[in-house]
Write a protein that binds this ligand. Sequence first.
Ligand code: NAD
Length: 347
Amino acid sequence: MASTTTTTTTTKIAFFSSKPYDETFFKKENDATFSETDHKYALRFLENQLNEDTIKLLDGETVVCTFVNDIVNAPVIELLAAAGVKIIALRCAGFNNVDLKAAKAHNISVVRVPAYSPEAVAEHCVALILTLNRKTHKAYQRTRDQNYSLNGLLGFNLFKKTVGVIGTGRIGQAFIKIMLGFGCRVLAYDVYPNESLKELGVELVDLDTIYTQSDIISLHCPLIPDQNKYMINEQAIDKMKKGVYIINTSRGGLICTVDIIKGLKTGKIGGLGIDVYEQEEKLFFRDLSDTIIQDDVIQRLVSFPNVLVTAHQAFFTDEALTQISHVTMDNINAIMTTGTSDPSRTL
Ligand code: NAD
């Protein structure tokens, strides 16, 4: 962190939805920046999701640090403002869970970490594709059980397959470069086409071309509810090639899960790898192994042999967590010391 400004007041930060790894990385960042005996920031880690009920857990904190599934809607923001909160620091890139208008109305600054490690997410997409295709998860179990049969493990070469990428920002571009390395033909669609990708051999196309020609479709655009919610729906799936793989590490709401299930049942969709799910806030980031899951849709999804669900772990690398904690603390420190933060990280 750049600033070394000293002050006698200690700013308190409450981390909602925090996990042991958040505590490890943020404490390390705080210690690395400020003397261990004279911390400028007092960090308090709460396991609870931020919502209207958990605001009462605040204990004089003027900064709240939130993650993807915290509820930061207008009623929550009103309560945060009443509790004296001045900064909402998102330790993630996506901000579809935050009511920015309400934050502005209450003069609360909202900052985020726009890019921490696009490669972390892009590499996870490749892990999803390779696992679904080459079935290494099944081979791992089989060989432990002395089952050395190959039946049911047949995959396909990625070489020369057509990969459709929707959203060519930081993660989309990192993913494209990996897939080009596999020798894939890459089609890309973005509302703001990036012409420089043509130099890499990427074909910039419209959505219909992505849907009709791709063997694998990977989503890398943000969820903007009134623009692209459920963009992967029955009509889009109808246009796709039989056996298409769909990979989603962006946001669950981009996909209509009920329509995806129909496509999986008919065999139109050959594989689904998702790191995000539209109802994930009720499930992800906790161990529910001894509870009865009420969400029948996720239960149906995980029953398919050609579906791989990971619980929003694409970002989860050492490099990404180091960067997230560094940028988040830097965002908070910048506002506390100068009143503003880097415009690219301010919402
Ligand atoms: P980015 O802002 O760099 O790129 C997003 C791109 O999508 C931009 O080029 C934008 O023009 C394009 N876009 C916007 N709306 C579009 C639409 N309707 N159709 C097609 N393209 C559209 O973002 P990024 O860093 O590459 O992140 C992409 C998404 O990945 C984020 O929005 C976030 O939801 C998700 N994400 C997931 C994880 C995870 O752990 N699973 C981690 C980080 C980010």
